[in-house]
Ligand binder design. Structure first.
Ligand SMILES: Cc1ncc(C[n+]2csc(CCOP(=O)(O)OP(=O)(O)O)c2C)c(N)n1
Length: 288
């Protein structure tokens, strides 16, 4: 598959013109084409939300489950067939709110899954309620006084939970994002990318222009992603209060440890291990 167009489907795209999801979809298609994968090797698992629709717009296998449950669904797919390239796509509501518990344990378990978190700072599909990543002061229609809670920092949570690939991209820089997704494909473990994404309809604070003025590429700052202390310092730069913030994008941290599906035995998959049926029979006897 040389052309990223080959990863399209006939499904009608129903996002608002200018939605950041278009940039993420384009970057994912580019990364899939560059990785030389075939559609039958790929499963995209979508959360519920505008972001989760990416699963239907990529010409590969897809699974659309329950809100907040994309990661456990993806884990099931990966355990059943570890040869598949499994990609999770979900929103900040889905992955950081309803499914936050699953995300925390995915960092810890380290399955060989790529997770793309579409971070638009709102619950887009359900008409713009505040999300875990909304900045304090953000005032959606259902909370006119504004939210007062500090924004969730998924990268800090990932580092604290032992995440092995922690990155941030920007939907407005497709080339950079496609490269990041490519690196996550190469990584043997949980390849997590928080993606800054404007929502043209419900988030009038963090617009594409707002992000464009603030993002900077970690690579140009000679950041060493193997240095956990340096990663932590960069991760804590944002979210932060104030309008004059700078927002790093790129790979903050990476480390090597066995992927979950290998059960701590690199090169093996737990579902492919030989087992002794007599041991199982003996165990069952105890319950008679
Ligand atoms: C358990 C559960 N709670 C709430 C909902 C309603 N719901 C569907 S999508 C959604 C929010 C989507 O926001 P986000 O995950 O940020 O994705 P976006 O639409 O912004 O891409 C909610 C609250 C649901 N379907 N299931």
């Amino acid at each position: 598959m040389a052309e990223d167009k080959a990863w399209s489907t006939s499904a009608e795209i129903t996002w608002c013109p200018g939605c950041g999801n278009f940039g993420i979809l384009a970057a994912l298609r580019q990364a899939l084409a560059a990785a030389g994968l075939e559609p039958w090797q790929v499963v995209v698992v979508g959360g519920i939300g505008q972001s989760g629709k990416v699963a239907q717009y990529i010409g590969a296998n897809f699974l659309h489950g329950l809100h907040g449950r994309a990661i456990p669904h993806a884990l099931g797919v990966k355990l059943a067939n570890p040869e598949l390239k499994v990609i999770v796509v979900g929103g900040d509501g889905d992955l950081y709110g309803e499914g936050g518990n699953h995300l925390l344990h995915a960092f810890r378990r380290n399955p060989d899954i790529v997770c793309l978190a579409h971070n638009n700072g709102v619950y887009g599909l359900t008409k713009g309620q505040a999300a875990p990543t909304s900045s304090p002061g953000f005032a959606p229609k259902n909370r006119e006084a504004g939210t007062h809670i500090p924004a969730f920092n998924p990268l800090a949570a990932g580092l604290a939970m032992g995440g092995s690939f922690i990155a941030r991209g920007f939907a407005g820089d497709i080339k950079h994002l496609a490269r990041l997704i490519g690196e996550a494909f190469e990584h043997k473990g949980f390849g997590f990318i928080d993606i800054l994404q404007p929502c043209v309809t419900y988030n009038h604070v963090n617009t594409a222009e707002w992000y464009r003025k603030r993002v900077y590429d970690l690579e140009l700052e000679s950041h060493n992603p193997l240095d956990a202390d340096a990663a932590r310092a960069r991760i804590l730069e944002w979210p932060a209060e104030g309008d004059d913030v700078e927002i790093p994008i790129g790979v903050f941290y990476r480390s090597r440890r066995p992927a979950y599906e290998t059960c701590g035995r690199p090169g093996q998959a737990v579902t492919r291990l030989e087992f002794d049926i007599d041991v199982v029979k003996k165990a069952m006897e105890e319950f008679r």
